[in-house]
Ligand binder design. Structure first.
Ligand code: LLP
Length: 416
């Protein structure tokens, strides 16, 4: 069963008609399927059976506590990129010893807090960061577990904004410098070399770039091994793509089979940091048509969701399917699907053929990843509510923001 399906002409989330959710919580509103989240996670687990591993969900994709709690209960760890994400992961029941800390700009405070809480390791992205972590650990009388994030310089063939493993990108330690840094870390009393890793980009739809990156990483691991610097783990990052439109990403099992084949006979624990592949197709954004504005050259369907709710179309020209919640008899027309925000770039889809009327509900599909988590309050728009459907039950997992909360931290100057 797919998580989102038409039943008698009405789009459902599991067993709940989307119209019921709109009536209960209003629009715009994110709707997630617990079954879809869980089955994506289990697909990773099944493919990894027999290999020591840890799935560290890249929580930047969708950090709602209900989502994190679900994955934590299934045994997941988390890939975090800020002190805020550390606090969120812990609040959702995430265990510190299953957390890896990525990102190029970790602050002193973030490093101290993460070290004190006992995370699994820091994914180190530069020599300067390694030095900072060493200094802080020494001052705290601790040994900081580190894993270098190596930039393997492979082309992931994805959108330039989300490609991270080319040498011109800001991410990771240059391949040619990784060995020297590992040796330096191994010689430090305040650092513990736990592993090596990479993350080469997001929405990858081929196995080859992952395989190349892992081959290059394992060559480094072999050299370190010969020098007596044995690694505990290798981290293959995230990046597996999903189907938004016509993409044909590898199946989770096929992608992982290629990784496991390369690790065969090597002792490392396998760490992964999937984000999108776990949550992307487990969510949609539910929105209502406020107005239809027919015209030439474009007819517009103006909906109550906007670029502040779902930024991916505006930012990356990303495609999301847009489906009517209830089928109407034709005639269909081609519409620009746009929001109320005062920007020409505020669109959710171009040139979509739909048979719709004012007041109809639309579902913007594949909106479980990098959707709510990238939303903003632009135009003083409260963030959307979030709902998780579990069978026949719809649970509000984040209430719609109030307008008052948007300016609650602001103060006017004193009079005079
Ligand atoms: N690990 C690291 C270090 C990352 O930077 C990321 C994503 C992931 C794991 C998870 O990658 P995934 O499995 O989700 O591809 N906002 C963009 C995507 C940015 C991805 C950033 N890093 C989008 O909406 O497409």
């Amino acid at each position: 069963m797919s998580a989102f399906e038409y039943r008698d002409g009405i789009l459902h989330a599991e067993s709940v008609p989307l119209g019921d959710i709109a009536a209960q919580v209003g629009t715009p509103c994110y709707v997630y399927s617990r079954t879809a989240l869980e089955s994506a996670y289990r697909a990773f687990e099944a493919a990894l059976a027999g290999r020591e591993h840890l799935i560290c969900y890249a929580m930047k994709a969708n950090a709602n506590l209900a989502v994190l709690d679900l994955f934590a209960r299934l045994g997941a760890g988390f890939d975090i990129v800020s002190g805020g994400e550390l606090a969120r992961a812990r609040a959702a029941g995430g265990r510190a010893e299953r957390i890896v800390f990525s990102g190029v700009g970790k602050s002193e405070t973030e490093i101290r807090t993460a070290l004190a809480s006992g995370i699994l390791c820091f994914n180190v992205e530069s020599a300067a960061e390694l030095a900072r972590i060493g200094r802080i650990a020494a001052a705290m009388g601790r040994r900081a577990p580190i894993s270098l994030r190596v930039n393997p310089d492979v082309d992931p063939h994805t959108h330039p904004y989300i490609s991270t493993g080319l040498k011109e990108n800001k991410f990771g330690v240059p391949y040619g410098e990784a060995l020297a840094l590992c040796r330096q870390a191994a010689a430090s009393a305040s650092l513990q070399v736990a592993g090596l890793g990479f993350h080469i980009g997001s929405q990858l739809v081929e196995v080859a770039p992952f395989a190349d990156a892992l081959d290059r990483l394992l060559a480094l691991a072999d050299t370190l091994d010969r020098e007596g610097i044995g690694l505990r783990h290798v981290d293959i990052g995230g990046g597996l793509g999903i189907r938004y439109r016509e993409e044909r990403p590898p199946a989770i099992a096929d992608y992982l089979a290629a990784m496991l084949a390369r690790l065969d006979g090597r002792p490392y624990r396998l760490l992964l940091e999937p984000g999108r592949a776990l949550v992307g197709n487990a969510g949609l954004l539910l929105t209502r048509i406020e107005y239809l504005k027919p015209g030439t050259p474009h007819s517009f369907a103006i909906v109550d969701a906007a670029m502040n709710d779902l930024m991916r179309p505006s930012l990356y020209d990303a495609w999301h399917d847009i489906l009517p919640v209830a089928h109407r008899p034709a005639p269909a027309r081609r519409y620009e699907i746009v929001g109320p925000v005062c920007e020409t770039g505020d669109f959710l889809g171009h040139d979509r053929e739909l048979a719709v009327a004012q007041g109809d509900l639309l579902a913007v599909m594949s909106a479980g990843a990098y959707a709510m988590s990238m939303s903003s309050n632009y135009n003083s728009r409260p963030r959307a509510a979030e709902v998780m459907v579990d069978g026949a039950n719809a649970h509000i997992v984040r209430a719609r923001e109030s307008v008052e909360s948007l300016f609650a931290l602001e103060r006017r100057l004193p009079v005079g």
